[in-house]
Design a protein around this ligand. Structure first.
Ligand code: GLN
Length: 288
C-alpha cells in the first residue's frame, strides 16, 4: 500500500469508531511510524510504504482504537515549548496547565524558591525551571509526588529538559520534603500545584482515554474534589513565606469553592484566571 492509502485507511478506521479527532490522531501516529513530516508526506504519498513501518502504524491504530491516548502511544506530549516523556503512570500534560506556568513565570522575577506539589510528569516544575533559566540566574525548583512511578518519569524529563536541576522528592504532599539539619521546615516563595481535583463519584463519567488509561491517583480529589486544595492551603502555610504565592490549577466549576478555602486559611489577593475557553482554570493567592 502507498503512504497515502495507509493514512486514509487509518483515518477511516478511527472515524468509523467515532473518534472526534480521527484525522489528527491518524496523522500523529503516521508521522511517528514512518518518521515523516507533513511536507515529506506530500512529496512521497504515492510511494509504496515499507512493510515493517506499515505494521508499526497498524499496531498504533489498533492501540488508539482501544482508547489509549495518543500521548501514551507516542510516549510524548508537548507542553510549553518542550517535549515531555509520558507513560501510563502520569497524567499527560494538558494545554490548560500552561496558564498556571505562565502565571508562575510572571512572579518568578522576584521569587527564588519554587515548589511544585503533585508534579506527575514534572511538566510544571521542569518547564518553569527551563524557561525561568532564560530570564534569571539563581533560583531553585523543588517538586514532589506520592507516586514512585510518576517520579521516575519526572526524573527522565528533568534530565532531558532541565539538566537534572529540579529537586525531586517522593512522599505524601509536604511530608515528602527533606528535614533540614536545623529541623526547620523548608520555606518557599511560591508553591504551584495541579493536584487531583475530580470528585470521586464523577470519575466513572470521564472519557475512556482518561478513566481507563491515566492514573486514578492523579485524578481523584476525593468526595468533593477539594481535598488537596484544603491540605495544600493549610499544610502549605508552614512552607510558604509571608507574601509568597500559592498558584493552583482548578476544575472549571471550582472557581468559587477553591478561593473560599484559601480565604478561610488566611490567604489574600485571591484571583481566578480563566483558560482559553473562558472557564475558570487557575487560582492565585498571596500568603498574608
Ligand atoms: N502536575 C502534573 C500536571 O500538571 C500532574 C498533575 C496530577 O497528577 N494531578 O500535569
Amino acid at each position: 500500500m502507498t503512504y497515502r492509502e495507509l493514512l486514509k485507511e487509518g483515518e477511516r478506521r478511527l472515524k468509523e469508531a467515532a473518534f472526534s479527532e480521527a484525522e489528527l490522531d491518524a496523522f500523529l501516529l503516521f508521522e511517528e511510524a514512518f518518521h515523516m513530516s507533513r511536507p515529506v508526506f506530500f512529496l512521497r504519498q504515492n510511494e509504496v510504504a515499507d512493510e515493517r513501518e506499515a505494521k508499526c502504524y497498524e499496531e498504533m491504530i489498533i492501540k488508539r482504537l482501544s482508547h489509549i491516548p495518543v500521548s501514551q502511544i507516542l510516549h510524548k506530549a508537548w507542553f510549553m515549548k518542550y517535549e515531555f516523556f509520558v507513560n501510563e503512570h502520569v497524567l499527560s500534560p494538558r494545554q490548560d496547565t500552561e496558564i498556571l506556568v505562565e502565571e508562575a513565570l510572571h512572579h518568578l522575577q522576584d521569587y527564588d524558591r519554587v515548589l511544585d506539589m503533585c508534579t506527575g510528569s514534572g511538566c510544571i516544575a521542569i518547564s518553569l525551571y527551563a524557561m525561568g533559566k532564560e530570564m534569571k540566574k539563581d533560583f531553585f525548583v523543588t517538586a514532589c509526588d506520592l507516586s514512585e512511578d510518576a517520579l521516575m518519569v519526572a526524573k527522565k524529563n528533568n534530565e532531558d529538559i532541565a539538566g537534572g536541576k529540579v529537586r525531586l522528592f517522593q512522599g505524601d504532599l509536604f511530608s515528602a520534603l527533606p528535614i533540614k539539619e536545623d529541623k526547620k521546615p523548608m520555606i518557599f516563595d511560591m508553591i504551584v500545584s495541579n493536584p487531583p481535583y475530580i470528585k470521586s463519584s464523577l470519575i466513572a463519567d470521564l472519557m475512556p482515554e482518561v478513566k481507563d488509561h491515566e492514573p486514578l491517583m492523579a485524578l481523584d480529589g476525593c468526595e468533593d474534589g477539594l481535598l488537596f486544595y484544603r491540605r495544600i492551603a493549610s499544610e502549605g502555610k508552614l512552607h510558604l513565606r509571608a507574601g509568597g504565592f500559592l498558584i493552583v490549577e482548578i476544575g472549571y466549576d471550582q472557581g468559587i469553592s477553591v478561593p473560599e478555602i484559601f480565604k478561610a486559611e488566611g490567604y489574600e489577593d485571591i484571583r481566578v484566571i480563566r483558560d482559553f475557553s473562558g472557564l475558570d482554570r487557575v487560582v492565585c493567592a498571596k500568603r498574608g
